[in-house]
Design a protein around this ligand. Structure first.
Ligand SMILES: Nc1ncnc2c1ncn2[C@@H]1O[C@H](COP(=O)(O)OP(=O)(O)OP(=O)(O)O)[C@@H](O)[C@H]1O
Ligand SMILES: [Mg+2]
Length: 487
């Protein structure tokens, strides 16, 4: 297959003077509906025209960001499309010179330095600005401390910016950790992310694990073990869960497994991180089982990842070879029906990192599954990871939350932050928020009036603070009901 065939969308940059903006704008400008402007009776139609996209990616704004990168000498050009996906397109580009390119006065075109074969190559990921595709993205940003100021962001264009920045930061963290190979992030500007291009030569991208031609079974096994080790390193060292790990989002480059596509990756503190981790494990296992391997039980891998200390491990916790050696020697193969049954239970559990970390509006999105705890699995694991975020078992701790009569008290849409009226009615809801409060001793009714008043006020203030992060009772009840109905 020729280079042109491979990069079918746009021509290859041997014709160095074909500058990206000219190329792309010429090619697609007829598709950008600027003519709507002339009908503009209101601001909205003008906005619409400005936001018209080409292939949902190259809208005029995106073109401006690309142009600015060319002007600053970050990139020299945009050669062709490597991948058109649901959420982003990935293009190939050569690195710029670090300086503004010179414009040829005669032709008016940019002069791009001749490729000497050694110029750095970049992959440019451009996130699509179409709204629908990004609709469910919030849940990966919500609950992330790092994006706490952006969590109520509903503007899809801003959301995409956050998304690209999230990938950039995650990539940077992984790359800098030095424990898992990942493309070096170069720059991010709005929805455009520039990173190192993983090349197998002549502008071809190194293969995804899915397309990699394995030499033998040994090699498949090696990459399975590597993948399991990476999940642990990612969690323990980089403090991330990939959340979309698969044979599609890993690349074999220079005989090493690289991790890519980390925009959705979250920190372990994210309320859904353990669910995402379990999903990753399942996908990895599914692929390698399909490739003919005997796999490890999902719950065993899970425990291997989240346990800070590993029994019988002698080696460097940050060394992938040491971990692979341990995995090969110590993790048991899934073999019995009992193993499968236990994995099924494991899959059905809802892994709650911290209910307190979830807010009311998140619950509707997060509660399709059962709520339960993996107490037996994670009980004494990983003090560092779990100490800060308490674990609730709803069935045990949600005192007095099952009677129907109580459910009718309080509207479903009630705002948690509350008005004065809400605050006034707090005492009615006392039992909902009293779960963790020490019980007031009866003898206290004899205490000094002023002391009592003060104590009550303090308790009230404390509760008010607590309510800001606490889950409302009717939500908890919903969860309990769901759990029951699924049993
Ligand atoms: N740094 C890179 N070097 C080489 N190829 C890359 C690089 N980054 C991405 N690619 C290629 O582009 C493809 C898509 O990249 P990525 O997985 O990051 O995007 P995506 O958002 O998952 O797109 P999709 O919507 O298709 O899932 C990858 O499968 C890989 O083939
Ligand atoms: Mg991908």
């Amino acid at each position: 297959m020729s280079f042109e065939d491979k990069f079918e969308k746009l021509s290859v940059s041997q014709r160095a003077s074909d500058h990206i903006n000219n190329q792309l704008l010429e090619k697609f400008s007829h598709k950008i509906k600027t003519d709507e402007l002339s009908f503009s009776k209101a601001k909205t139609s003008k906005d619409k025209a400005n936001r018209a996209t080409v292939e949902n990616v190259l809208d005029p704004r995106t073109m401006r960001f690309l142009k600015s990168m060319v002007n600053r000498g970050v990139i020299a050009d945009l050669n062709g499309c490597l991948s058109t996906g649901k959420e982003a397109n990935v293009y190939h580009a050569f690195a710029g010179t670090g300086k503004a390119p010179v414009v040829d006065e005669e032709t008016g075109k940019y002069e791009v330095l001749e490729t000497d074969g050694l110029r750095a190559e970049y992959a440019i990921k451009i996130y699509k600005t179409s709204i629908l595709v990004f609709k469910d993205r919030e849940k990966y940003v919500d609950g992330e401390f790092r994006f706490r100021n952006a969590r109520s962001q509903h503007n899809p264009r801003k959301m995409i910016k956050i998304w690209a920045e999230k990938e950039f930061r995650n990539l940077k963290r992984i790359h800098q950790s030095g424990v898992i190979p990942a493309p070096k992030p170069i720059e991010v500007k709005n929805n455009v992310l520039v990173m190192e291009f993983l090349s197998r030569g002549n502008g071809f991208a190194s293969p995804k694990l899915k397309d990699y031609p394995y030499k033998d079974r040994e090699e498949i096994l090696h990459y399975y073990h590597t993948m399991v080790a990476y999940m642990r390193l990612l969690y323990q060292v980089c403090r991330l869960v990939h959340a979309d790990l698969s044979e599609y989002n890993t690349i074999i480059h220079d005989d090493q497994l690289y991790m890519i596509d980390v925009s959705q990756s979250v920190e372990p503190e994210h309320p859904m991180s353990l669910d995402f981790l379990r999903m990753d494990i399942k996908n990895v296992n599914f692929y390698f089982e399909k490739m003919g391997l005997n796999i490890f039980p999902e719950r065993v891998i899970f425990q291997f990842i989240i346990s800070e200390a590993l029994e019988k491990f002698k080696g460097d916790y940050k060394n992938v070879t040491d971990l692979i050696g341990y995995i090969a020697k110590n993790l048991p193969i899934k073999s019995t029906e009992q193993d499968e049954a236990e994995d099924e239970i494991f899959r059905s559990l809802h892994l709650v990192r911290s209910l307190g970390g979830l807010e009311e509006r998140d619950f509707d999105r997060y509660t399709d599954g059962k709520f339960d705890l993996l107490k037996s699995l994670i009980a004494h694991d990983n003090e560092r990871n779990f100490a800060a975020s308490e674990q609730f078992d709803l069935n045990d701790n949600d005192h007095g939350s099952t009677s129907e009569s109580e459910e009718s008290s309080g509207s479903e849409d009630e705002d948690l932050s509350g008005s004065e009226e809400n605050e006034e009615s707090d005492s009615d809801d006392r039992e909902y928020y009293d779960d963790d409060e020490p019980k007031i001793l009866k003898g206290k009714k004899y205490e000094d009036k002023d002391v009592k008043k003060l104590r009550k006020q303090e308790a009230k203030d404390t509760k008010r603070e607590k309510r800001k992060t606490k889950v409302k009772k009717h939500i908890k009840k919903k969860l309990v009901k769901k759990t029951k109905s699924k049993k």
